[in-house]
Design a protein around this ligand. Structure first.
Ligand SMILES: Cc1ncc(COP(=O)(O)O)c(C=O)c1O
Length: 391
């Protein structure tokens, strides 16, 4: 068996490496030279651009999706004594943002095929204390928004969509983030549009979006950032005890140009996804389900399932073996109830959420991004095939 790695060490393929072009580099440099680095006109422009892309009534840029989720709940009064239902198959930020409002997170297991929160399980978890449902469009696959919307309507609950993976996602002709009371997006370095760190909220209600902007900048009155601009001196007043969650212009400088390529990059990820599907069809691994009819998948993560019983190799050994070929991989995610903090605090265990636990124990995310060349994609395929052949 050939022991040479598929790629040499000095060409390690970094998982989720962002695709940064000269346009955004120039825009960041222009920001740095302009003397205006912090929240300012470029953030305002990025908000307008994002709003137009989504066809949203408003957009409030913040420092991260975590901040977006936190402020959405705070702005709408979620707090002590409330419960918010979310999925066990998500990044810890979804759950932590609920905890930081003072509310209790409640988990509802996922559908094993889609890996998205299962509305039937959500229905079982609704109590008189439930205030909101937080669906996560996992990997960019739309949640069952008809069923979740019907539950929310019946029980008078808010929907706060965690769209960290789902900028391009659509469900039955409608864009992700526009179903709920709030849609929260991430521009973290590995995401489909990046600003380094960054996030944005779109809100159903303009007043909520305005309140989020105030909360994101210390609770200072509307447009306080303009106090340093050339539009004339304005005093600000602190109208709430807010947070330091604002986006800076140097972040927005990246986002403005990244957003222009969002569709082009989506097409490239779709092509890579299809290529992987074809190349892995004969292997004993689980492949992602096809996108549901009348939906648009954002193709944020391509996750395969490595079930030891079927593949003859433990998932963690598979991860290590792929890395030895100098290809970066990811795990999205160890399920929430299997992390020690949540076990200790809420008494959760993996066994209570068996579908999420299985996904978390078998899943491997392969590189998928616009920066990958055809040769990179071929290397990933070669590494997967070799590791499985050598088990
Ligand atoms: C599903 C999900 N929700 C929330 C977040 C938090 O995003 P951010 O890093 O922008 O705070 C992430 C980030 O990885 C995520 O994947």
């Amino acid at each position: 068996m050939d022991q040479t790695p598929v790629r040499p060490k000095d060409r390690f393929l970094t998982f989720g490496a962002p695709d940064v072009h000269q346009d955004e580099i120039d825009e960041v440099v222009a920001s740095l030279r302009s003397g205006w680095i912090g929240t300012g006109p470029k953030v305002a422009r990025f908000e307008e651009d994002f709003k137009a892309y989504k066809g949203a009534p408003n957009a409030a840029a913040v420092y991260s999706c975590t901040a977006a989720l936190h402020l959405s709940m705070l702005a709408s009064g979620v707090g002590d004594g409330d419960e918010v239902i979310t999925t066990p198959m998500t990044f810890c930020a979804s759950v932590n943002s609920i905890i930081h409002t003072g509310a209790s997170p409640v988990l509802a297991d996922v559908d094993p095929k889609t890996m998205n929160i299962d509305p039937a399980r959500v229905a079982e978890k609704i109590t008189s204390r439930t205030r909101a449902i937080m669906p996560v469009h996992f990997a960019g696959r739309a949640c069952d928004m008809d069923a979740l919307g019907a539950l929310a309507k019946k029980h008078n609950l808010m929907i706060i969509e965690d769209c960290a993976h789902a900028i391009e996602t659509e469900y039955h002709g409608k864009k992700a983030g526009l179903f709920g009371d709030f849609g929260c997006f991430s521009f973290y370095v590995t995401k489909n549009v990046i600003t380094g760190e960054g996030g944005i909220v779109v809100a159903k209600d303009d007043a909520m979006a305005a309140r989020i902007k105030i909360l994101a900048l210390h609770g200072m009155s509307k447009d306080a950032w303009k106090r340093f601009s050339d539009s004339g001196w304005v005093h600000y007043q602190v109208v709430e005890a807010g947070f330091k969650y604002n986006m800076m212009d140097i972040q927005a400088a990246l986002g403005i140009h990244q957003l222009k390529r969002v569709e082009q990059n989506w097409k490239r990820r779709e092509a890579i996804w299809k290529h992987y599907d074809e190349a892995f069809r004969d292997l004993p691994i689980g492949l992602p389900a096809d996108p549901e009819p009348n939906t648009r998948h954002a193709y944020h993560l391509y996750t395969i399932m490595v079930d030891e019983a079927r593949c003859g190799i433990k998932r963690d050994d598979f991860l290590a073996a792929i890395q030895r070929h100098n290809i970066g991989v990811g795990v999205h995610y160890l399920s929430i109830p299997e992390h020690p903090y949540y076990q200790k605090t809420f008494g959760w265990s993996g066994e209570q959420y068996p579908h999420a636990a299985r996904v978390g124990r078998q899943t491997v995310s392969l590189p998928i991004g616009p920066k990958l060349s055809d040769a990179d994609v071929a290397d990933v395929i070669e590494a997967v095939r070799r590791v499985l052949a050598g088990r």
